[in-house]
Design a protein around this ligand. Structure first.
Ligand code: DQA
Length: 139
């Protein structure tokens, strides 16, 4: 199976960015360990700080891959356009947040994306990405 992981704005700084909230591991390092957990599956990774680039990637991958793990960062709380892109594509999408957004500021409690996603994982750290990949694979 081909699972695509998409990270949104500021997630390129994982490991350096607010480590008390997001941890001290870079996503590049975590992604290597994640690929090692699923050697029989193809995992690809894309990150952008730009809303349109995230939408372009959803369009490019969303009709051919088997599932998308999406952490849209702050766009989760603002982007009708990414919500529409998730609705437009065929691949199921799992929304992931490293932090427990429900323990944080009220503006992080609302997701425009979640209604169009298969499921949501929040607050479990980077482990959430592995759980999301597992959720997209057949039993
Ligand atoms: C985040 C939570 C968002 O509210 C925040 O804007 C992020 C990261 C998370 O992974 O916990 O950039 O999506």
């Amino acid at each position: 199976m081909h699972i695509v992981i998409i990270n949104g704005p500021n997630l390129n700084l994982l490991g350096k960015r607010e480590p008390g909230i997001y941890g001290s591991t870079s996503f590049e390092a975590y992604f290597k360990s994640l690929q090692a957990v699923f050697p029989e599956h193809e995992l690809t990774y894309f990150q952008s700080n730009h809303e349109g680039a995230i939408i372009d990637e959803l369009h490019a991958q969303g009709f051919s891959c088997d599932g998308v793990v999406l952490n849209a960062g702050a766009y989760t709380h603002t982007s009708v356009a990414i919500a529409d892109a998730i609705a437009a594509i065929e691949a199921p999408v799992i929304e992931v947040h490293i932090s427990n957004v429900y323990r944080r500021e009220p503006f992080r409690h609302h997701s425009y994306l979640a209604p169009n996603c298969r499921g949501v994982i929040a607050g479990l750290g980077l482990k959430g990405y592995e759980l999301a990949v597992r959720a997209l694979l057949p039993d």
